[in-house]
Design a protein around this ligand. Structure first.
Ligand code: ADP
Ligand code: MG
Length: 228
C-alpha cells in the first residue's frame, strides 16, 4: 500500500502486553492507541517502568504483543513470523538504544556497515555508505576506532549512524541521551533533530528530558499502560 505525506505510517490500536510477575501478570501496556504520520516526530515521556521501552520493542518488531494491532505502511506487524519480523526490523526500522549496543570487537565503520551486510548488500557500497554517514556525523577521525576507544557521545553518534545506514522509514530512539552528560546530550539532541529534519524521517523518541520533548512538535506521556 502506498503511503503519501500526511497519511499514517504507523497505526497502533488497542496494544496490550503483560509480563509474568510472581504468581500474577504485570499489565504493562493496556490498550495503547497511536497514529504517526510520515515526517512526524513524537516524544514519549513517562515514569520509569511505565512501558515506554516495551512499546518501542513491540513497534520495532523485537517483541510480540498479547493483543492489539500494529500496522506499518499497510503491513500488520503482529502477523509476521520471527524471520519476517527480523527482515522488517532490518529494512524499515532504525533503533537507537540508551546504551549504544555496538559490537565491541568491530570498528565504528564495521558497526555501521552491519545492518547492510545483514541484508546481503555488497561490502564496497556498504563501506562507502557507512563512511559517508560517519563523516556526516562528525566522526571522520574515528572510523577505525572500536566502541571502547570512543567517548559516550561518539558511541551514540556511531549508534545513530548505524540506525540510519539502511535508510529506515521509522527511527525509534529509547532514551538515547539517558547515559550522557548535559553538554553531550545537547549535541546529540541537536544531531537527532537535524538528521530527522533533513531526511524527513518519522521518529519516536523516548526521553526523560522534558526540554527534548518540548523540541518535538508532538509529545505524549505513557501512564497506566496507555499514551496520553
Ligand atoms: P520504561 O521503559 O518506561 O522504563 P519498560 O517498558 O522497560 O519501562 O518496563 C515496563 C515494566 O515491564 C517494568 O515494570 C519492567 O520491569 C517490566 N518488564 C519489562 N520487560 C520485562 C520482561 N522481559 N520480563 C518481565 N518484566 C518486564
Ligand atoms: Mg525504558
Amino acid at each position: 500500500m502506498a503511503v503519501g505525506n500526511g497519511e499514517a505510517l504507523l497505526s497502533v490500536e488497542g496494544l496490550c502486553k503483560s509480563y509474568p510477575s510472581g504468581e500474577a501478570r504485570l499489565q504493562v501496556l493496556d490498550g495503547v492507541d497511536l497514529i504517526l504520520r510520515r515526517g512526524e516526530t513524537l516524544a514519549v515521556t513517562g515514569a520509569s517502568g511505565s512501558g515506554k521501552s516495551t512499546l518501542l520493542h513491540l513497534v520495532g518488531g523485537m517483541e510480540t504483543a498479547d493483543s492489539g494491532s500494529i500496522r506499518f505502511a499497510g503491513l500488520e506487524v503482529s502477523g509476521l513470523d520471527a524471520s519476517q519480523r527480523a527482515s522488517y526490523r532490518n529494512r524499515e526500522i532504525g533503533f537507537v538504544f540508551q546504551f549504544h549496543h555496538l559490537l565491541p570487537e568491530f570498528s565504528a565503520l564495521e558497526n555501521v556497515m552491519m545492518p547492510l551486510l545483514l541484508r546481503r548488500d555488497p561490502w564496497t557500497p556498504a563501506a562507502r555508505r557507512a563512511r559517508e554517514l560517519l563523516v556526516e556525523l562528525g566522526l571522520e577521525e574515528r572510523l577505525q576506532h572500536r566502541p571502547g576507544e570512543l567517548s559516550g557521545g561518539e558511541q551514540q553518534r556511531v549508534a545513530l549512524a548505524r540506525a540510519l545506514a539502511g535508510e529506515p522509514q521509522l527511527l525509534l530512539a529509547d532514551e538515547p541521551t539517558g547515559n550522557l552528560d548535559d553538554a553531550t546530550s545537547e549535541s546529540i539532541h541537536r544531531l537527532l533533530f537535524q538528521t530527522q529534519e533533513q531526511r524527513k524521517l518519522t521518529s519516536v523518541i523516548v526521553t526523560h528530558d522534558l526540554r527534548l520533548a518540548g523540541l518535538c512538535r508532538r509529545s505524549c506521556r505513557m501512564e497506566g499502560g496507555r499514551l496520553h
